[in-house]
Structures are given as structure tokens and as C-alpha cells.
Design a protein around this ligand. Structure first.
Ligand SMILES: [Cu+2]
Length: 144
């Protein structure tokens, strides 16, 4: 009964079926994996250019497109939240910066004032792991 319903779904709604397949392909996070911002510290007052260093424990870094177990690449979320749909590839915007070459630090120029920074690891296809490996969100103040 159940499998015949599923078969009907696959035949009748191929798009939904492929979305389901994609959702099932999420890369598992290594148990206990942790991503964090080494610097700046939460609450820091900084000047441009702002050097941001990325830390990762329990998993490794691989460039985007490279399939290797227990790895991913960093994404820096600037003044934004992680997307609600963690099963979709992260978009590349000025607030979601991909480090697909495997970089572990960057330098930003930000407008003076408060900003939030958060790291989110994602797999070779830019899809967050399951469960997502996401850092604490920090707030920094960029001084003019
Ligand atoms: Cu990416």
C-alpha cells in the first residue's frame, strides 16, 4: 500500500520526487563538529580592514565540488541569519560569502557601526550538513 502510493507520487509529481531525493542527499555532519570565529572576539571594536579567522573542530576543509567524507567549506554570514531552508544550496550574496577554495580567513571592509558575523559550514554542493554546523553569532563594532 505504502510503496504503491509512493510509486504514484513519483509518476505523478516528478518535481516533488526529485526535491525529496535532494533532501535525502544531505551530507551528515561529523558528531561533535564545531565551527567558530577565532577572531575578532564577540563584542570587539575593530577598524577596517577587518581580518576574520575561521576555526573548525571535528571536521576538515575541502574545496567546493570535492567529495570527501567529513569535510565542507566555510560560509560567512554578514548581518544575516542562516537561511530557513537548510536543504537548499546557500545562495552567494554580499551577505553570504562562500569560501569555496577552502580558505580559513578573510578580510572585510564594513561600514562603521555594529555588524553580526556567523560561520556556516556547507558541503561540496553548498548545502548545510545535517545537522547544520553553524557557529555562534558574534557582534562587532567597526569604528570609523
Ligand atoms: Cu559554498
Amino acid at each position: 500500500m505504502r510503496s504503491s502510493m509512493l510509486a504514484a507520487l513519483v509518476v505523478g509529481v516528478p518535481l516533488a520526487a526529485s526535491a525529496l531525493a535532494l533532501a535525502q542527499e544531505r551530507t551528515p555532519a561529523a558528531p561533535g563538529a564545531e565551527v567558530y570565529i577565532i577572531s575578532p572576539r564577540d563584542g570587539a571594536r575593530v577598524h577596517n580592514p577587518v581580518r576574520v579567522q575561521f576555526g573548525l573542530k571535528g571536521m576538515g576543509i575541502a574545496p567546493a565540488g570535492v567529495k570527501y567524507e567529513n569535510t565542507g567549506h566555510h560560509h560567512l554570514l554578514i548581518d544575516t541569519e542562516p537561511p530557513a531552508d537548510a536543504s537548499a544550496p546557500l545562495p552567494a550574496t554580499d551577505k553570504i560569502v562562500h569560501f569555496g577554495k577552502g580558505q580559513t580567513e578573510t578580510t572585510l571592509t564594513l561600514a562603521p557601526g555594529k555588524h553580526t558575523l556567523q560561520l556556516l559550514l556547507a558541503d561540496l554542493n553548498h548545502i548545510p550538513h545535517s545537522p547544520p554546523v553553524v557557529s555562534k553569532k558574534i557582534t562587532i563594532t567597526v569604528e570609523p
